[in-house]
Design a binder for this molecule. Structure first.
Ligand code: MSP
Length: 513
């Protein structure tokens, strides 16, 4: 297995403030990045902001500010949110950075040197008040889909990319690499799109100026998607830092929402084929969230603010909900009721309770000190616990390989369920009444602590704060972030003699309102 892993989120537009859709992709990538690190790999985790283009230029002009000032302001909101949500980034790319411009220019030069750029005319429907071009199919009864005013057919000089030339190569690649586009329903969509034929792509504009100028023809700015997609190369040092680039490219997975799949699974790979850059291994498109059954929109006023959610319910509760509630790849619905239900049942009842009962018993019977044992026990319940852990480890690895976060969490929770059952069946409160059972009591208390150590390690990628806190309460000598999944292979990793701490309830129940 490769010892490096490179994962990316899309880069987010700065003409909108962060919402649950942005947080969703980023949290999923973070869980994956943390999991891969725990699996012993060197991980590069990239996110950033998409700052150029007509929309940003227009929003800034309307507010009477410079485009860069608008971008600077919104970027800090994203950066702050990633801190709040415990996102373990390696690098945050801004498309207005000089390093990014250099990467875009280099990619463009390579594509051009390959004979794949030509000057032509771009002809489409133009809405003058919105200063936006629309394709025929985007129009609403001939009018602008944004402002509903009439549009006119306009021609503009534009550079084109010979995308048509790469139709066969792209098809062959998709067919030969079933893992390239996931999930499979999305792969089929792209296959039929490509089979219908690829047209050349207009990749420059002259009607606005907020963008990266076309090398050697600054009258034109590069199409925002050519600019934006290149961030995945910029992030790992293309072209200035060949060492980092060589270590991490090709990317293991671009995680994106289903609405931007075509850009990632058709445009991007054809640019790369033309430039002679290896293709990313996987593009994974997740589904969309509705809110209480409705499409999320500013006009409905139902946009979910992830920071407010984290503040009200806790960062880990929010992370857990989005990853557990919906199979990654499908659409889902966000509602307060569903969130509260998950918190109360899975987090408060199952996980929170387990941690507090084990540490309470250890406090009561052994002054909170992890007991020393000569054997881990061979009763049915002891064996079952160890076997379950081995099985869960495999299930989590398999699920994470498929980006099936909900399955990984279901597996982890099946272990948590079994540890709760272990507490019930071994009944330390009964053993404690019989002095001749002191050795067995040590054994079951030890096994419970060891199980908690494993739970801390297993939940850490998804709930980093909780994993960290479980290890801290156990008195572990190092933080959970340094734990490796390999340590789950041998029962008995927790050191006898550690002083544990009971602590407050990890997830207090939330009363239904
Ligand atoms: N800037 C482009 C991406 C360029 S990547 C080279 C862009 N930005 S975006 O800010 O509009 O959207 C970013 C991501 O948010 C997309 O992956 C999109 O799918 C996701 N979501 C936006 N609304 C969403 C939901 N309601 N639910 C889930 N994800 C959603 O597109």
């Amino acid at each position: 297995m490769a010892d490096r892993f490179y994962v990316t989120t899309p880069i987010y537009y700065v003409n909108d403030v962060p919402h649950i859709g942005h947080a969703y992709t980023t949290v999923a990538c973070d869980a994956l990045a943390r999991y891969q690190r725990a699996a012993g790999r060197e991980v590069f985790f990239l996110t950033g902001t998409d700052e150029h283009g007509q929309k940003v230029e227009k929003s800034a002009a309307e507010r009477g500010e410079r485009s860069i000032d608008l971008a600077d302001r919104v970027v800090t909101r994203f950066q702050h949110l990633w801190e709040v949500l415990d996102i373990s980034l390696s690098r945050f790319v801004r498309t207005t950075e000089p390093a990014h411009r250099a990467a875009v220019e280099e990619l463009f030069r390579r594509v051009k040197a390959n004979g794949d750029i030509y000057l032509g005319a771009y002809e489409d429907w133009y809405c003058t008040p919105c200063e936006t071009f629309w394709t025929e199919s985007q129009l609403m009864e001939g009018n602008c889909p944004d402002c509903n005013r009439p549009t006119e057919k306009l021609k503009e000089a534009s550079y084109f990319f010979r995308m048509s030339k790469y139709q066969d190569a792209l098809l062959a690649h998709i067919e030969a690499h079933p893992e390239f586009i996931q999930p499979v329903s999305r792969r089929n969509e792209i296959l039929s799109f490509v089979r219908e034929g690829l047209r050349d792509l207009s990749i420059s504009r002259t009607t606005f100026s907020w963008g990266i100028p076309v090398p050697d023809d600054p009258e034109h700015v590069l199409y925002v998607w050519f600019d934006a997609l290149t961030n995945y190369l910029t992030g790992v040092g293309f072209p200035g830092d060949p060492e980092t680039y060589g270590r991490f490219w090709p990317c293991d997975v671009h995680v994106i929402g289903k609405d931007i799949l075509r850009f990632h699974a058709v445009y991007w790979p054809t640019f790369l084929l033309s430039a002679g850059v290896p293709l990313p291994k996987t593009v994974f498109a997740h589904g969309w969230w509705t809110v209480e059954g409705k499409k999320m929109s500013k006009s409905l006023g139902n946009v979910v603010d992830p920071e407010a959610m984290a503040e009200a319910y806790g960062v880990d509760a929010f992370r857990y909900f989005v990853l557990r509630e919906v199979p990654f790849g499908l659409d889902g619905d966000f509602s307060r009721d569903a969130l509260v239900h998950r918190i109360n049942s899975d987090l408060a009842n199952d996980l929170g309770n387990l941690v507090s009962r084990v540490l309470a018993m250890l406090g009561k019977y052994r002054d909170g000190v992890v007991p020393r044992v000569s054997s881990f026990g061979h009763e049915g319940a002891d064996e079952e616990l160890r076997e379950k852990l081995a099985a869960v480890r495999g299930e989590v690895a398999q699920a994470m390989g498929e980006l099936a976060f909900h399955k990984a969490l279901t597996a982890v929770w099946s272990f948590i369920g079994l540890v709760n059952k272990y507490v019930d069946t071994t009944a330390p409160w009964t053993l404690a009444k019989e002095p001749e059972q002191a050795g067995r009591l040590d054994q079951v208390l030890y096994n419970m602590c060891e199980a908690l150590r494993c739970v801390g390690l297993l939940v850490f990628p998804f709930l980093p704060g909780t994993g960290t806190e479980i290890w801290r309460r156990l008195g572990m000598e190092r933080p959970a972030a340094e734990g490796l999944l390999e340590e789950l292979a041998h029962w008995g990793g927790i050191t006898p003699g550690l002083q544990t701490e009971r602590g407050e309830s990890l997830f207090p129940r939330i009363e239904a309102s």
